[in-house]
Design a protein around this ligand. Structure first.
Ligand code: TMP
Length: 211
């Protein structure tokens, strides 16, 4: 039995990841492949508790270092208990965010030293790297419009990270672009400002690289 493939989706707020990861899951399953979809932070009981602590409470904001370590604790748990065993069993794993989000948000966004974030990331996931990463890039305008639309559709308000300000989010976007530039054989940048169908077509075509 061959090892499964590890596919990640990355991007800033409102980039349309949820739609595209769902399509990827459906398309792979339609080909008869065993497929598992996870999201970060989350995907195990412990990691979902950490997600709640990071995103959904206003009691006490974690400081930047604590925020980094919380994301990494959640990732370690998910990699060890879910992702690696699934890949070893031949399952294709799709993750809605992974290590690049930490480098972009906590490194480029919060300003923690990039070498520390990279090393900590590698330690947390025991060296596991995606086979391919789709970076969905959207302009600041698209991101704002989609976030507002989501807030009104779900009657929710933006969380602490989503509210962190336009400079923070601009640094994240630049960070993702740097990551893509440094690893062109792994990271496929997709212009995600357009209609979901067009974005999906580009993603599906690029998946040929790892099949
Ligand atoms: P989302 O899955 O709904 O996009 O929520 C995850 C939030 O957490 C999003 O604002 C990005 C942020 N995040 C980080 O800051 N660092 C990380 O390592 C990960 C996985 C997510």
């Amino acid at each position: 039995m061959s090892r499964g493939r590890f596919i990640t989706f990355e991007g800033g707020e409102g980039c349309g990841k949820s739609t595209q990861v769902a399509r990827m899951k459906a398309a792979l399953a339609a080909e008869g492949l065993p497929v598992l979809l996870v999201r970060e932070p989350g995907g195990t009981w412990l990691a979902e508790q950490i997600r709640r602590l990071i995103k959904d409470q206003d009691e006490e904001a974690p400081c930047d270092r604590a925020e980094l370590l919380l994301f990494l604790a959640a990732r370690s748990q998910l990699v060890k208990n879910v992702i690696r065993p699934a890949l070893d069993a031949g399952t294709w794993v799709i993750s809605d965010r992974f290590s690049d989000s930490t480098l972009a948000y906590q490194g480029y966004g919060r300003g923690l030293p990039l070498d520390v974030v990279r090393a900590a990331n590698d330690f947390a996931c025991d060296g596991l790297r995606p086979d391919i990463t789709f970076l969905l890039d959207v302009s600041e305008e698209t991101s704002l419009v989609r976030m507002r639309r989501r807030e009104s559709a779900t009657h929710s308000t933006a969380d602490r990270i989503e509210r962190a300000g336009s400079e923070f989010h601009a640094r994240i976007r630049r960070g993702f672009a740097e990551i893509a530039k440094a690893e062109p054989s792994r990271v496929v940048t997709v212009d995600a400002n357009g209609a979901p169908d067009a974005v999906w077509e580009e993603i599906w075509k690029s998946l040929g690289r790892i099949r």
